[in-house]
Design a protein around this ligand. Structure first.
Ligand code: CA2
Length: 153
């Protein structure tokens, strides 16, 4: 059985669709999860979709991913711009990582223009709303197909 791709969501993403629709759209996180599950099925991936408001819990999931997942898609929320500890965990995971943001972090406040997560990411998608998660899953399917079932030698 193939390992799932972890789709990890950080602090405050549970508020999606409830507040700030002008910035983040009207989709709730449950809507995003449903879209991601449909796309994952279409590209023959299993996913494990999770959200936490806790930096420590996210880091624990990234550590678990090393043995239990084939790749990581992550929207780290505000931790993107602050967390060296999350970056360290992502680098230690030694898995393909795709970073996703709903908003275009380069059109926003300057403190959002820098991402620690990007230093561990194979690719970054931002500014395309929930569609970014679908695109990330397509990209992850391509990356994993090229690597083969065992990953790199
Ligand atoms: O654009 C993204 O996906 C972000 O990762 C969202 C984060 C933000 O801190 C990043 O700079 C960019 C915020 C998470 C969602 O926060 C909400 C707050 C209020 C209402 C809805 C969502």
């Amino acid at each position: 059985m193939a390992k799932p791709v972890y789709v990890l969501n950080g602090p405050n993403l549970n508020l999606l669709g409830v507040r700030e629709p002008a910035v983040y759209g009207r989709d709730t996180l449950d809507d995003v999860k449903a879209m991601a599950q449909a796309k994952a099925s279409a590209v023959h991936l299993a996913i494990d979709f999770r959200q936490s408001n806790s930096e420590g819990e996210l880091i624990g999931w990234v550590q678990d991913a090393r043995g239990q997942a084939s790749g990581i898609i992550i929207n780290a929320g505000g931790l993107t711009h602050t967390s060296v500890a999350l970056l360290d965990a992502l680098q230690a995971a030694e898995l393909p990582v795709i970073e996703v943001h709903l908003s275009n972090i380069f059109r926003r406040e300057s403190f959002r223009n820098h991402s620690y997560v990007s230093l561990a990411a194979t690719g970054v998608i931002c500014g395309l709303g929930a569609k970014g998660y679908e695109l990330a899953l397509e990209a992850m399917a391509n990356i994993l197909a090229k690597r083969g079932p065992q990953g790199p030698a």
